[in-house]
Design a protein around this ligand. Structure first.
Ligand SMILES: NC(=O)c1ccc[n+]([C@@H]2O[C@H](COP(=O)([O-])OP(=O)(O)OC[C@H]3O[C@@H](n4cnc5c(N)ncnc54)[C@H](OP(=O)(O)O)[C@@H]3O)[C@@H](O)[C@H]2O)c1
Length: 289
């Protein structure tokens, strides 16, 4: 068998094993700033709009969220949960354990529960849900709303391989979805969760300086944003280490080398490391146990 035939057979087998997302029913309890984009990415992955039911605190809020992400508003949390294969809990961390305790008998026994709550551990969730219930934590960032985000997935002890594969398939259009441990989640917050916010701040600073240097605002918005995206895409597509790419654009005595020296003198590298470290440290502090 030649390599191409083997690859074709492999991908056919993978497709045969792939979960049928059009048949999956999802309940999103709490579709706000983060639950909304998560709902949208699940629909993007192949969940039918009629199979993704949203229940917020009021029917008005459920309807608004459902319209925004192209899903269905449930009349009640019970209606959303009744036939759910997957339950996404997008409420605030301080609410989630009470909510799980309240809903545990109404969540179908074989449903997989996904918690988005920062700082609430799998052990706490498993304790509140009851023994043997499948629960995962998902830590997304907001760029998932444009399919260019990152999701860290933490797998609970009762999650089967098939359920794990299903959850990965559901997050397939989020950008990148990676398995991490609960110990790694703090570093993940610094490297992906809060990093989106740091990137906004860096882009804003560069945009303001470009204006100061005389570029018009509309022009420099697109220049800065497109260049940042292009640099990231080049690294992603090529797999080249950033240090190698950086050396490639630093001609001896040139403009980039001069600017790079200024970055180092001003402590930008140390500042970025400090920001990521502070976010990870705060994440540890906010994790209750
Ligand atoms: N925001 C982020 O960047 C981010 C990143 C990673 C993880 N997270 C996690 O995502 C979770 C949600 O954060 P968020 O920023 O999306 O909060 P949010 O915008 O306030 O959304 C919370 C949603 O939960 C709903 N809700 C509250 N209590 C409810 C209940 N008892 N039953 C049904 N729905 C209820 C609210 O409904 P109403 O609209 O009707 O009030 C709202 O839609 C948090 O646990 C957070 O740790 C957030």
């Amino acid at each position: 068998m030649d390599e191409n035939t083997a690859q074709t057979q492999d991908s056919t087998a993978a497709r045969a094993d792939a979960p049928d997302l059009a048949a999956v029913r999802v309940a999103v309890i709490g579709a706000g700033n983060m639950g909304g984009p998560v709902a949208a990415t699940l629909i993007e992955a192949g969940v039918r709009p009629g199979h993704l039911q949203i229940a917020n605190t009021s029917s008005d809020s459920s309807r608004r969220a459902a319209e925004e992400v192209g899903a269905t508003a449930a009349d009640s949390r019970d209606e959303a949960l009744a036939q759910a294969d997957v339950v996404v809990l997008g409420v605030k961390p301080y609410q989630i354990l009470d909510l799980v305790t309240e809903l545990r008998d109404r969540i179908p026994a074989d449903a997989v529960v996904i918690s988005l709550a920062a700082g609430i551990t799998l052990a706490q969730l498993e304790d509140a849900l009851g023994e043997g219930r499948a629960v995962l934590r998902a830590m997304p960032n907001t760029p998932i709303s444009v399919g260019e985000g990152a999701v860290g997935l933490m797998r609970g002890s009762a999650v089967t391989d098939a359920q794990h594969q299903l959850i990965h398939a559901l997050f397939a259009r989020a950008g990148v979805a990676v398995d991490i441990t609960e110990d790694q989640v703090h570093a993940f917050i610094g490297a992906a969760g809060s990093l989106a916010g740091f990137a906004f701040a860096i882009i804003e600073a560069m945009t303001e300086e470009a204006v100061r240097q005389g570029l018009t605002r509309d022009l420099d918005d697109s220049l800065v944003q497109q260049t940042m995206r292009g640099a990231a895409t080049m690294l992603l597509d090529s797999g080249v280490h950033p240090a190698v790419a950086k050396a490639g654009v630093c001609s001896p005595g040139g403009t980039t080398a001069e600017g790079y020296a200024a970055l180092e003198r001003e402590g930008v590298r140390a500042g970025l490391a400090a920001a990521m470290d502070a976010a990870a440290r705060r994440s540890r502090e906010l994790t209750t146990s």
